[in-house]
Structure formats: structure tokens, C-alpha cells
Design a protein around this ligand. Sequence first.
Ligand code: AMP
Ligand code: MG
Length: 322
Amino acid sequence: MADERAERIADFIEPLRVPPGTKVHLAEDFDPGYKTAGARKNKEGVELLRNGIELLSEYQQRLAAQDTYGVLMCLQALDAAGKDGTIRHVMSGVNPQGVRVTSFKVPSAEELDHDYLWRYNRHLPGRGEIGIFNRSHYEEVLVVRVHPENLHRQKLPEAARRGDVWERRYREINDWERYLTDNGFRVVKMFLNMSKEEQRIRFLKRIDVPERNWKFSPADARERARWDDYQRVFSEMLSATSTRWAPWYVIPADHKWFARVCAAAVLAHTLIGIDPRYPQVSDETRHELAVVKRELEHEAPKGAAADPYAASVSSGGSGKKG
Ligand code: AMP
Ligand code: MG
């Protein structure tokens, strides 16, 4: 039953995965408007997302209890592709104590005073946690590449600016992610792939609806003018950094609801792969628990059940409320 569920999720996300070693041409290889045949928004979409969220909640509890593995989910996209909404929906059912979201903006002076991975390192999840990077270390080969002035601000020594900076960064990023994986931190990477026309529509909405004005800045329009450059650097990044240990998933993002279903599924797949288990209690501890149980039962006030929880379970109740 659980295996069947795992298999269904694996099949569902397979078309989104970038096979390591393949050369990606975004425009030809991934359709931003894709949704699986027959998947409709109402009913099926809502149902799929609800299932996904339930599964995430269950696995997150186990991840936290086991306290051995951590998960780092990286979200990359162009403006208005739906990063914020995806995070809000996908994490809506999980315990906030086990999740840590970090949004990366233009680097501060302090951040620029360090190596480029420093600030991402500082926000990694701990064991038992799910960390979400809203934008991530991949900005270092995206916006920094499209706008080289960002690279100049990084105060790199001459040698680090020579040769192929981007090839070197891909390698460094792959190595860093491999190091994290080897140490128990799974890195799961999603690119929300939106079409240019869909971005136009969403930008207009941000301008037309006063409550959304804050989400739009003229700088976003300037970035849109560099659309083709971004498609190119995204394609190259996906080709170079989709690895066996940390593959990329290209999430079709023109239908927001479908993007959310996909993101939940990819994260669920990662957690299923970890298969975290509740820690086993030793025989000795179990014995101690039995002793304490008898003591607590003896403390029952007159007329009360010795163990109300056990009584409700044996009488067919859920055992909840207590
Ligand atoms: P937003 O996510 O809309 O709040 O915008 C954050 C801005 O920070 C975007 O314009 C990013 O391009 C920019 N940004 C994020 N990381 C970096 C970086 N490493 N270098 C330069 N700009 C960045
Ligand atoms: Mg923005």
C-alpha cells in the first residue's frame, strides 16, 4: 500500500527530472503548460495536493523524530513564477517547528566579504529539519552571470576571475551538494518553469490589483527584457548541476495548482527515499516505561479509569484527546 503510493509518486515526477549528464534546452525540452493527461484543477488537483500534504506531514514527523537526516529544498525561478505560493501551499500541513525558510536577496556587504557559498551554508537545515531556500546558491550562476557587475562586487582575487568561472562554480556547487548528501542532508532542487506570456499576464495582474503592487518593481520588467539570457543560463545550469545525488526537477509553472502538486510530489519522493523511522526504544527503556505506567495507573482518582487512553483504544476509540 505504502509502496504503491511511493511508486505512483515516482512515476508522476519522472518526466520532470533532468537526467544527469543530459544537455537541456529549456524551450524544447520542457513545456511550462504541461500537466498530466486528465489532471483537472478542481477535484483531482485539490485531492492530489491534499494527499501530498498529508504525506509530507507524516514523513516530516518521522524525519524530526529520527533526527538523522535533513532535507534542503531549493526553489529557483524567474519573477512571478510562483515560488512564494508554492512554499505556502506545500508546507501548509507540516509542523512549523521542523521547517526553516530562507529567502535570498541581493547579498549584503557582510556576505560579499566572504566566499560565495558562505551565506547559504549559514542557513542550512539541521538534522530532522526541512530547509527551504527561496532562491539559493544557484543565483551565483544565474543573476550573477546575467549581470556580471554582481561578480565584480564579490571582491574575488584575480585568479578566481580568470578562466571559466561558471564551469568552476558548477563543479564547486556539485561538490558542496555531494558533501551535504554524504553527511545526511538531501538536496532537492526545483526550477519553476513559466512561459514568457504567463509572466506578462502575472505582471499585469500585479500592476492592476493594488494589493499586489508591492510584489512588482520596475526592475522586474528590466529582468524580463533579459528573458533569453536567463533561459540560456538556466539551461546550462540544469545541464551542469543535475547530479545523481542532487537532480533537478523542472516544474511546469503556468498552472499554479499543478506546479504545487508537482512540488509536493518531488519533496514527498525525497522523504520517501530517506524513509525516516521513529527511534526504537530499548528493552530496558520499555521495562522502565512499564514501571512508570503502573505508578500512574495507581494514581487514578476514585471512579476514573486506570488508563483512560488504553480504555478508549480498546473500546474502539481513536485514542485522541489526551
Ligand atoms: P525577490 O526574490 O523578488 O525578493 O528578489 C530578490 C532579488 O535578489 C532578485 O532580484 C535576485 O536576483 C536578487 N539576488 C538574489 N541572490 C543574488 C545574488 N547572489 N547576487 C545578486 N543578486 C541576487
Ligand atoms: Mg520579486
